[in-house]
Design a protein around this ligand. Structure first.
Ligand code: ADP
Ligand code: MG
Length: 316
């Protein structure tokens, strides 16, 4: 048998699905996904084995609003079930767009979305300190009403814009469906998995149970890439790569860099928590856990980022 082509895990940033200035209609999201799918299909057509991870920030926010606002008519579902809904919806449009692009190119590879659970630790310190704002803004009265029916929720003032729910963002430990994903990738299917960072679950005896949390999609992408022995982890976002002194006059793009050097910059606090921080952390962990190359680059430069000629290219 010929040697297998290396596996690349692509983590798509929020801008692959919704631009910051857009409202979030189905058509907007569909159009954005289609242009990303065109780029990905070219790589698949060249023979690359690809697994796609995507974000779901705005989408899970909208889903929670739908559930909360409709509560007089139908009971709202818990956050982990909302996460599953977004994986299905976004998986569907990514899958359909890719299938269309691949059939244009007469490529006979199949595309499948896996509803993915990601294991977290029940004693993760994040559960004691919910930090990620999610869903609708509430007035004080709405907040009081909500807390009467759900005393477990944490709802805090959000910079003068009203009250908002905060949820924990625990560290991902393992991808429950990794074996199924590996089998599909081995059979040359393109897989969409760990959408939105995966559905957070904990182990309770012999059972898995969804928890009210969200997982960072870049850190989840690392867990997946490591567990299926991918060679490349490519994180695509809306900046050209990792900068030091980002946003300042002397900002500088890190182009080719070693893991050790990137780790030094991370320790010095150059990368913002919640945006570039987790990308850098995912890139470092992947290399530490046996990966060959981590890339952080602009979504529009996907082809060149994979060739190694743009973005931040990190190696051991
Ligand atoms: P995504 O949806 O792709 O995960 P994020 O907003 O989480 O997007 O992360 C990308 C953002 O990180 C960029 O738009 C940029 O504003 C921000 N950022 C923070 N620190 C840095 C840095 N040091 N270098 C580059 N971008 C940074
Ligand atoms: Mg992000």
């Amino acid at each position: 048998m010929p040697p297998r082509t290396p596996i690349t895990v692509l983590a798509l940033g929020g801008n692959a699905i919704l631009q910051r200035n857009q409202e979030g209609t189905f058509e907007e999201q569909y159009e954005n996904v289609r242009s990303t799918a065109t780029q990905i299909a070219t790589l698949v057509d060249q023979g690359l084995r690809i697994v796609i991870v995507h974000g779901n920030g705005p989408q899970i926010g909208a889903t929670v609003i739908r559930h909360e606002m409709g509560r007089e008519k139908v009971p709202p579902l818990p956050l982990h079930a909302c996460g599953a809904e977004t994986q299905g919806f976004l998986g569907y449009i990514i899958q359909q767009s890719l299938q269309d692009e691949l059939s244009k190119r007469r490529t006979n590879k199949s595309v499948a979305t896996i509803v993915t659970q990601v294991l977290v630790e029940p004693n993760d310190p994040a559960f004691r300190n919910p930090s990620k704002p999610i869903g609708p803004f509430y007035t004080k009265e709405q907040r009081d009403g909500l807390l009467r029916s759900r005393s477990d929720l944490v709802v805090k003032e959000d910079s003068g814009r009203g009250y908002r729910r905060l949820v924990p963002s625990p560290d991902p430990k393992a991808v429950i469906e990794n074996e199924a994903i590996r089998v599909l990738v081995d059979e040359e299917s393109v897989v969409i998995a760990c959408g939105g960072g995966g559905i957070p679950v904990i182990r309770q005896g012999s059972r898995l149970q969804g928890v009210e949390a969200v997982i960072d999609k870049d850190l989840a992408a690392e867990r997946l890439a490591t567990s299926i022995h991918a060679e490349n982890l490519v994180i695509l976002t809306d900046v050209d790569g990792v900068y030091i002194n980002y946003g300042k006059r002397d900002q500088q793009l890190l182009s080719k860099i070693s893991r050790d050097e990137l780790e030094e910059y991370a320790k010095e606090g150059f990368f913002a928590i919640g945006s570039m921080g987790p990308k850098v952390e995912a890139a470092i962990r992947f290399l530490r856990n046996g990966g060959k190359r981590s890339v952080i680059a602009n979504l529009g430069d996907l082809g060149r980022a994979i060739k190694g000629s743009t973005g931040t290219q990190v190696r051991n």
